[in-house]
Design a protein around this ligand. Structure first.
Ligand code: IVH
Length: 684
């Protein structure tokens, strides 16, 4: 009898889980929908971690709508299909004002009226989706498909933080006093231009083909079978309508949109009710003027009849409603001369060819540069200095070269890409340039000014040396103040340097200096990872640290020894050797060494003592492990491995085809063991 303490603890936990979920989703909403966070990222992370912790303790209380479950763990094999309860229609297009006026006249005639109120919206250039909520809970999301049947992309949609998992529905809005059983919102999933540029930069750096435009990027991301990948894509959504909607009786489209907004969904703030078609045309003009400053791609305006009864009366023909039309923007292409092809160095060290153009106005903006992405792109476009080329601004911030105005190559006179476009030294820092696939990279990662901000941000990041107080804004400020010219300068920072700067106080300066001091005690895997060497992520850094034990050993390693290590490929091995061969990087590392006193060594090596002071020589091919692995194992237990046998050698580990070293060992009477013998020693 009596009260069970365990039950009380569990009950408290369940209450806390429930309130954390509500709280976290509210902060998601503030951040992703309202763009007005009320807490810091750190506080948010704390709440999130607390929820994860409680759910781990009480896994039976995890449910699919918990904010911790936004990113699914398992990839799906294929997407299921979803039949839309109401078809997802498409829009007829108008290409000029006259066609829009004709649309208005047709409607007036059909409806026998001389006044129609419209609502104007930007036409988002993304991917149409349907979001179905039952009793306010998100339970199914799908693509438009052919309008009748789409693909079930629920798991992928859940990763989009601006899609609420629960709608904020208030009682008094319901006509029947019950929570609406089904609410289906429809909208466009898209990627903002800024995120798109960043995503493509990252893809180019990772040697993946860049997306042609934000729409392809959004569509490709939604069609990922692995939700973990989708979760990394900066997707967003604007809702512009509803499908099935139980229990609500709105009068106008505007009212519907306002309800969506109140329920917590994102609705484009540029939406506007207009009194007639001439006002709609003015809206279009305004929209084309601000198109270039929007952070997302639109390809026109959508005009819809605002009154829902009137919409119903107008009906639909074939697959398009009679009550709506899209007025498309004209394409934005112009011709100009390609003056030169220059090379720019990006944040990640990728060398990108850039077209220098005779200035030309495209869609209201003067263009004089256009990215050419990489050498393959130049070859594909078949362009040379002096050519007349077609330029397009498909809404991208960065314009692109579409191709030659007049094709001039054929079988007899093939295009030959000039050899001298790509330099052998980085134009920013002079470090060697290397090629990986179609992309060329500067190897001066630690010293190249073009990569400065990126390399510092990476160096101080949570998973690298974890220096708190060096967010993007502070890094930019310290670079602009001339206090950071490479990562080693971090360790030159003095409290007094900081307190004289804007936004810095005694306390924040002190904290940063402390955090910097603390970072010297970091681990070897983190240090290796912090250098931001191409191909070296956290896992690889850990493997390298375990195998080499010390930074110096890694710095001296050859490509062959690195490739010998399990899980490390040739490309990463090459990039490591290139990185440590670049004297600009070595200079920075030497400066770092002075500040650190000594660099951290691998944990593993510090731990083991079984073989302390024992000297080993490895010879021949071992049956199941490589020599590098054997060396790592020995060193991990405190042993030493040298290359030649002497009287001081304790053990020679011999494998197949062992030669002179084995002979010498026998001559000197040194103990010879095989791989199995070594394993025994290690296990003793
Ligand atoms: S309304 C019956 N509103 O355009 C009307 N569509 O061709 C159905 N789109 O599949 C759509 N922005 O992907 C509507 N503000 C907007 C839109 C929009 C973009 C897309 C949507 C749809 C296509 C219609």
């Amino acid at each position: 009898m009596g009260i069970d303490i365990k039950d009380i603890i569990e009950k408290d936990a369940i209450d806390e889980i429930a309130s954390l979920r509500v709280l976290i989703e509210r902060h998601n909403y503030n951040y992703y929908v309202l763009d007005a966070p009320e807490i810091t990222d750190g506080e948010y992370d704390r709440l999130f971690r607390r929820l994860e912790e409680l759910e781990q303790k009480f896994p039976e209380h995890i449910n699919a709508l918990s904010p911790t479950q936004r990113v699914g763990h398992e990839p799906v094999r294929t997407f299921g299909t979803v039949a839309h309860t109401m078809p997802m229609l498409s829009l007829k297009n108008a290409f000029n004002d006259e066609e829009v006026r004709e649309f208005d006249m047709r409607l007036k005639k059909l409806l026998e009226t001389d006044r129609i109120e419209y609502i104007c919206e930007p036409k988002m250039d993304g991917l149409a989706v349907s979001l179905v909520y039952g009793d306010g809970e998100f339970y199914r999301g799908s693509t438009r498909g052919d309008g009748y049947v789409g693909e079930d992309v629920t798991t992928n949609l859940k990763t989009i933080r601006s899609i609420p998992l629960r709608l904020n529905i208030e009682g008094e809005k319901r006509v029947d006093g019950e929570v609406a059983p089904v609410i289906e919102a429809r909208g466009e999933v898209y990627i903002s231009l800024e995120s798109f540029d960043k995503l493509n930069e990252e893809r180019i750096a990772a040697n993946e083909p860049p997306f042609a435009n934000p729409r392809n990027a959004a569509a490709g991301s939604m069609r990922q079978l692995d939700p973990q990948i989708t979760a990394q894509r900066p997707l967003n959504i604007f809702c512009y309508g509803v499908g099935r909607l139980d229990g609500f009786d709105f009068k106008t489209h505007y009212e519907t949109l306002m309800a969506l907004k109140e329920w917590g969904l994102r609705v484009n703030p540029l939406t506007e009710v207009v009194s007639d078609i001439e006002e709609a045309l003015k809206y279009y003009k305004k929209l084309s003027e601000i198109r270039d400053i929007l952070d997302y791609e639109i390809d026109g305006m959508v005009i819809k009849v605002n009154d829902l009864r009137t919409q119903e009366r107008a009906g639909a023909i074939a697959r398009s409603p009679r009550w709506a039309i899209a007025q498309k923007f004209p394409p934005r292409q112009e011709e100009t001369r390609l003056i030169d092809i220059l090379i720019s160095v990006g944040r990640t060290g990728a060398l990108t060819p850039v077209a220098k153009l005779e200035p030309v106005v495209v869609g209201g903006v003067t263009v004089q540069n256009a990215s050419l992405h990489n050498m393959d792109e130049i070859e594909r476009l078949r362009i040379l200095k002096g050519d007349i080329v077609v330029i397009e601004r498909a809404g991208d911030v960065i314009p692109k070269v579409v191709g030659l105005l007049k094709e001039k190559y054929g079988k007899e006179n093939p295009y030959i890409i000039p050899k001298d476009i790509m330099p052998s030294k980085c134009p920013e820092c002079g470090a060697a340039v290397v090629r990986t696939g179609a992309i060329y990279f500067c190897t001066g990662g630690l010293s190249c000014p073009a990569q400065l901000k990126g390399s510092i941000e990476h160096f101080v990041s949570k998973t690298a040396l974890d220096i708190d107080g060096m967010g993007e804004r502070n890094v930019v400020q310290l670079i602009e103040e001339g206090l950071l010219r490479d990562i080693s300068d971090i360790y030159e920072l003095k409290k007094d340097d900081l307190t004289t700067l804007d936004r810095w106080g005694e306390k924040s300066a002190e904290n940063l200096i402390l955090a910097i001091e603390e970072s010297k005690k970091s681990t070897l895997p983190r240090l290796i990872y912090a250098f931001g060497i191409k191909g070296v992520g956290e896992a690889t850094a850990k493997t390298l640290a375990e195998n080499f034990g010390r930074l110096d050993a890694l710095m001296e390693a050859t490509e062959e020894t690195i490739i010998d290590i399990k899980d490390i490929g040739t490309e990463t091995a090459r990039s490591l050797v290139e990185f440590f061969a670049e004297e600009h990087n070595l200079a920075v590392i030497e400066r770092l060494r002075v500040h650190f006193g000594s660099f951290p060594v691998s944990d593993i090596k510090e731990r083991g003592t079984k073989l302390t002071e024992k000297r080993f020589v490895l010879t021949g091919t071992l049956p199941t492990i490589t020599r590098t692995e054997a060396k790592a194992l020995i060193e991990a237990e405190g042993g030493k491995v040298s290359s030649s046998v002497s009287k001081k050698t304790d053990y020679v580990v011999a494998g197949a085809e062992a030669g002179s070293k084995l002979e010498k060992a026998e001559r000197l009477g040194v103990t010879v063991i095989d791989e199995a013998g070594l394993m025994e020693l290690l296990q003793e």
